[in-house]
Design a protein around this ligand. Structure first.
Ligand code: RP5
Length: 162
């Protein structure tokens, strides 16, 4: 059963959001993915957020670009943690997305990661860390991921010293 819900405002967001899914795959955290738009399909967004907890989700990752209202509006309708990914928009390079997601009013937090690919990757890791706070197997995989990352930097140092 999916523990993380990955949603995005448009299929055009997938090239960013797939990096969140790649991390969830690597860390073996079960997830579901869908396209749900705050503006184009508001009723679906409402339904998704309202039923997320009863469907077993523990965390929601929501990516959107431009007038990026999806993460905040989902956060407004569930008490599950929501991680917002600002997709790099063409017109304003994602600053619009970032500001739309990060500036939530007090009382309705939406965790916000960096614009674009790195942000999506970190959203996947962060969701796994939330699950890993209660799940030792996921926590162990996160620790192994850190070890691999550290080893790759050691390799860079050796390469640079040549
Ligand atoms: C937002 O509008 C989506 O999240 C997407 O980033 C942006 C553009 O959507 P498309 O016009 O490419 O479908 O709602």
């Amino acid at each position: 059963m999916a523990m993380v819900g990955v949603i995005m405002g448009s299929i055009s967001d997938w090239e960013t959001m797939e990096h969140a899914c790649d991390m969830l795959d690597e860390l073996k955290v079960p997830y579901e993915k869908d396209v749900i738009s705050a503006h184009r399909t508001p009723d679906s967004m409402f339904e998704y957020a309202k039923t997320a907890r009863e469907r077993g989700l523990k965390v929601i990752i929501a990516g959107a670009g431009g007038a990026a209202h999806l993460p905040g509006m989902v956060a407004a309708q569930t008490t599950l943690p929501v991680i917002g990914v600002p997709v790099q928009s063409k017109a304003l390079n994602g600053l619009d997305s970032l500001f739309s997601i990060v500036q939530m009013p007090g009382g309705v937090p939406t965790a916000t990661v960096a614009i674009g690919r790195s942000g999506a990757k970190n959203a996947g890791i962060l969701a796994a860390q939330m699950i890993g706070a209660f799940d030792d197997e996921v926590a162990n995989r996160l620790a192994a991921y850190r070890d691999t990352m550290q080893a790759s930097v050691e390799e860079m140092r050796v390469e640079l010293a040549k």
